[in-house]
Design a protein around this ligand. Structure first.
Ligand code: SAM
Length: 279
């Protein structure tokens, strides 16, 4: 059989250490949800996944799709495996809006292409059919999603994750576990969801709050919201004017967001009363 060369442009680093594959399978949630794999590659993880339950796999590389169609003839014929060839991000979008990746509850288990790993995780956090994620990513990315308030890595990504569930890094993986070995360390990130992200405006608010992570939260928020509203809401929530974004908890971010929204709405109403509609 012709050997398939890893393509850098598709973020291909194939997992060759089977002890890591076994540990990923052991960390999977024990439920009857469908399994979704993004980027089955040569199928080294897929062959274990199909033993756990029905799998839908999304692969962008046509050459790998052809290889998988031959290598997985039997599970494909029994529908234990369904292969969708194409870009998973396109499969998720429909005319610019986001839809569910599949139409049944699923657990995402994958060794993700690192160049779009953050985008994929955020899509999965917003997808109401996605119930959990168990994904291999760059270690820094796993740290950002699983950080706790007070950690220097605590970021908007961690706040969004804690809004819908719980995250932890379950496994550190060295470059030697892959072929070709990547230049960075990897980690397996597990996220268990209880709900899904719905409010795009909250994500926007977090981008403002963390715009300059080492500056104070008050300074970041005051770039977009009236300073007096920011300061009085911080005081009402017993937050110091010098608190930094990474020192603020997810619950406090939600309180700040709702109170700022309320304050802005109140100001708009006042202004409209001052300027009666012209006839
Ligand atoms: N699962 C395999 C393994 O563990 O050895 C391969 C993992 S490799 C890091 C990432 C895989 O994602 C590759 O097979 C690559 O072709 C695929 N991929 C990259 N971009 C993709 C996209 N936009 N949609 C679907 N698959 C993608």
């Amino acid at each position: 059989m012709q050997t398939i060369k890893a393509k850098k442009a598709f973020g291909q680093n194939f997992l060759v250490d089977t002890t890591i594959t076994t540990q990923i399978i052991q960390a999977m949630p024990k439920d009857d949800n469908l399994i979704v794999e993004i980027g089955p590659g040569l199928g080294d993880l897929t062959k274990y996944l199909v033993q756990q339950g029905p799998v839908i796999a999304f692969e962008v590389d046509r050459e790998l799709c052809t290889h998988l169609t031959t290598a997985f003839k039997q599970p494909l014929s029994t529908k234990q495996l369904t292969l969708r060839c194409g870009d998973v991000l396109e499969a998720w979008s429909q005319e610019g809006t986001q839809k569910s990746l599949v139409d049944a509850p699923y657990n995402l288990v994958a060794n993700l292409p690192y160049y779009i790993a953050t985008t994929i995780i955020l899509r999965a956090l917003s997808d109401p059919q996605c119930r959990s994620l168990l994904v291999m990513v760059q270690k820094e990315v796993a740290d950002k999603f699983s950080a706790q308030a007070g950690d220097k890595e605590f970021s908007a990504l961690a706040v969004l994750t804690q809004t819908v569930g719980e995250a932890k890094s379950v496994l550190l993986v060295p470059p030697s576990a892959f072929n070709p070995p990547p230049k960075i360390d990897s980690a397996v990130l597990k996220i268990t969801k209880h709900s899904s992200l719905e409010d795009e405006a909250f994500s926007h608010f977090l981008r403002i709050a963390f715009a300059q992570p080492r500056k104070t939260l008050a300074k970041n928020l005051s770039q977009h919201y009236p300073k007096e509203s920011v300061l009085s809401i911080l005081e009402a929530l017993h937050l110091s004017q010098t608190v930094r974004p990474h020192e603020t908890t997810t619950q406090q971010f939600h309180q700040l967001y709702f109170q700022l929204k309320g304050a802005l709405y109140g100001r708009e109403q006042q202004q409209q009363r001052k300027q009666p509609a012209q006839t």
